[in-house]
Design a protein around this ligand. Structure first.
Ligand SMILES: Cc1cc2nc3c(=O)[nH]c(=O)nc-3n(C[C@H](O)[C@H](O)[C@H](O)COP(=O)(O)OP(=O)(O)OC[C@H]3O[C@@H](n4cnc5c(N)ncnc54)[C@H](O)[C@@H]3O)c2cc1C
Length: 380
């Protein structure tokens, strides 16, 4: 970023466009698909460092945690322009937007000042330890136990579906500190270092072939109590902040990427009827408009309550429609061929099936919309 920090969306678009053009070669190198998980995350860390050093990824974060100040919407534009130029947003951007705001808000000040700059600089990666074998949709029933012992917490239990835990330096983890049946009132959030003794991590391979998920077996894992996020037994508020970011801000990144994939589909599938392409465009554009409102509200620091459930539901509807269309009109490529294009379509189709599960399943989003937003009566 040369000169003054851009303060308006138009200035970000213009100056970032120039920067993208000047850094094309380096960006192409860093955005090329890695040969394995480690290579991919190394390249993403470097991309993030490049964007941090040039200032772009620091927009909208408070100066005390390494940002440049201003509103969060400024960096939402950076992601959009990055995608429009053909570079997919790295996973690390997702983590930053999902976990970063909650840690910046709820971590003790010293901890936030220590960890946030490392996250933004791409020096470390964080994962999200919420789900358990018996607690996914019903997150409030989680049973991973955490008891106080002197200056430490001692953690025991099991987490599952923890994305990219094998490359993570830290985990934002929810554990039960109240009575077994205390529901959402007895949960506390902590920041766990992933190299702490007592963590047995086992990768799980998903249907696209990536070992994205991990099971975490925690056996008397000690976490300093100074790593508590927010209040003891007040972890539900942090979980809700994180899920609002995951359903809201992450949908913004996803729609920018889907717009690029629709362009790819139009180029590669000449037989695609205009009506089907139009429907895909309508869904993605509706998501953009909805998500734009959410990002503006988050940017103004508003409490957006349960409304990102709409974004999440529309996101998974659009994503599934787009890649089901790809399967129909690029069938032989997607099913039978190999090479970067075919692999990417196959991966995106398979991953679209997960879009109505992660961050809260589609049925749960409908339930939240019906109960908490529309206040519809429950069936007897
Ligand atoms: C790609 C991916 C990445 C993930 N990453 C993470 C991660 O990093 N960290 C993490 O903690 N978790 C992660 N998850 C887990 C995810 O949050 C859970 O899978 C999700 O919340 C659903 O929980 P579950 O798998 O236990 O399914 P269940 O809760 O057992 O649900 C099974 C089915 O029953 C339906 N159902 C359940 N309850 C109800 C109800 N009351 N009314 C109607 N229908 C209902 C659900 O909608 C679903 O279709 C990830 C999942 C995926 C797919």
């Amino acid at each position: 970023m040369a000169g003054a920090v851009p303060g308006t969306l138009a200035e970000v678009r213009e100056q970032f466009g120039v920067w993208l053009h000047e850094n094309t070669e380096r960006l192409q190198e860093l955005c090329a698909p890695g040969k394995d998980v480690t290579a991919t995350f190394t390249a993403q860390g470097e991309l993030q460092r490049l964007l941090f050093e040039s200032g772009w990824i620091r927009l909208g974060w408070p100066e005390e945690v390494g940002g440049l100040g201003g509103e969060m919407i400024l960096r939402a534009v950076v992601v959009e322009e990055l995608c429009a130029a053909g570079y997919p947003p790295p996973f690390s951007f997702g983590t930053q937007e999902v976990l970063g705001p909650a840690v910046a808000r709820y971590a003790p000040r010293e901890l936030a000042l220590e960890l946030m700059p490392r996250l933004l600089r791409g020096e470390e990666y964080w994962c999200q330890g919420f789900s358990e074998p018996g607690a996914g949709s019903d997150l409030a029933s989680l049973q991973c136990r955490m008891v106080a012992d002197g200056d430490d917490w001692v953690l025991s239990g099991e987490k599952v579906w923890t994305s990219w835990a094998q490359v993570a330096d830290r985990c934002v983890l929810l554990a039960r500190t109240g009575a077994k049946d205390s529901g959402f009132r007895g949960i506390t959030a902590v920041m766990l270092d992933m190299d702490t003794p007592g963590i047995d991590l086992r990768p799980l391979t998903s249907m696209n072939g990536d070992a994205e998920f991990c099971s975490l077996y925690l056996d008397d894992v000690r976490v300093p109590r100074s790593r508590t996020l927010g209040e003891v037994d007040g972890g539900w508020a942090i979980a809700m902040t994180i899920l609002a970011s995951e359903r809201g801000a992450a949908a913004w990144q996803r729609q920018t990427w889907m717009r690029c994939r629709l362009q790819d589909l139009l180029r590669q599938a000449p037989g695609l009827p205009a009506s089907v392409a139009g429907e895909a465009f309508e869904l993605i554009h509706s998501l953009r408009l909805l998500s734009r409102r959410t990002v503006h509200a988050l940017s103004r620091g508003e409490d957006i309550g349960a409304t990102p459930s709409f974004d999440k539901l529309l996101m998974s509807t659009a994503e599934k429609f787009l890649f089901a269309t790809a399967l129909e009109y690029l069938g032989p490529t997607l099913l039978l061929e190999s090479g970067p294009d075919a692999d990417a379509w196959r991966n995106d189709y398979l991953y679209s099936r997960a879009s109505s599960i992660y961050g809260g399943a589609a049925e749960i989003q409908r339930d939240i919309i019906a109960g908490r937003i529309l206040r519809l009566p429950r069936e007897r």
